[in-house]
Write a protein that binds this ligand. Structure first.
Ligand code: IDP
Ligand code: MG
Length: 158
């Protein structure tokens, strides 16, 4: 598991409830690096593409409505094992079941309004990053404290 990029969406409920800063802080505190950021209102087309795997599920129409009715904050995050780390920081899908200490566990109680999306595999991450970010909108930048976030003495950050 090497350096990975993942797509995070702070959903409309997170934006409306004023939780963007606190949720983003958790990822920054952990040591994940922000390499892309976009405040946007998702179109019905983009929501349908993003959630295509759920098209036949009973909650699909409500999910698309929820995701498109108010702005979201889309983030691209980078780190060693970033996909798994972000998923575990998010917690279980339903706010009512997510463990204390996770984003969904600490900030919400609802099952459908669950605050955050995170890519669940490298394949999903590359598809989702391409869906939400255009060429040039993901920025490779040198972080001043990188050598204290990771041990950089070997071949790979550790
Ligand atoms: P995930 O976001 O934890 O990966 P998925 O099962 O992939 O969860 O579902 C995608 C999104 O669909 C969830 O984050 C949630 O917003 C919504 N969703 C999933 N299951 C339900 C449900 O049973 N009722 C309402 N919304 C649901
Ligand atoms: Mg999912």
């Amino acid at each position: 598991m090497g350096m990975e990029q993942t797509l995070i969406i702070l959903k409309p409920d997170a934006v409306q409830r004023g939780l963007m800063g606190r949720i983003l802080s958790r990822f920054e505190d952990k040591g994940l690096k922000v390499i892309g950021s976009k405040f946007t209102q998702i179109s019905a087309d983009v929501a349908a593409t993003h959630y295509a795997d759920h098209k036949e599920r009973p909650f699909y129409a409500g999910l698309v409505d929820f995701m498109t009715k108010s702005p979201v904050l889309v983030l691209a995050l980078e780190g060693v094992g970033a996909i798994t780390i972000c998923r575990s920081m998010m917690g279980a899908t339903f706010g009512s079941q997510a463990a204390t200490g996770t984003i969904r566990g600490d900030f919400g109680v609802s099952n459908s309004f669950n605050l955050i999306h995170g890519s669940d595999s490298p394949e999903a991450a590359s598809k989702e990053l391409a869906l939400f970010f255009n060429d040039g909108e993901i920025i490779a930048w040198d972080r001043a404290n990188e050598g204290w976030v990771y041990d950089l003495s070997g071949d790979e950050p550790e």
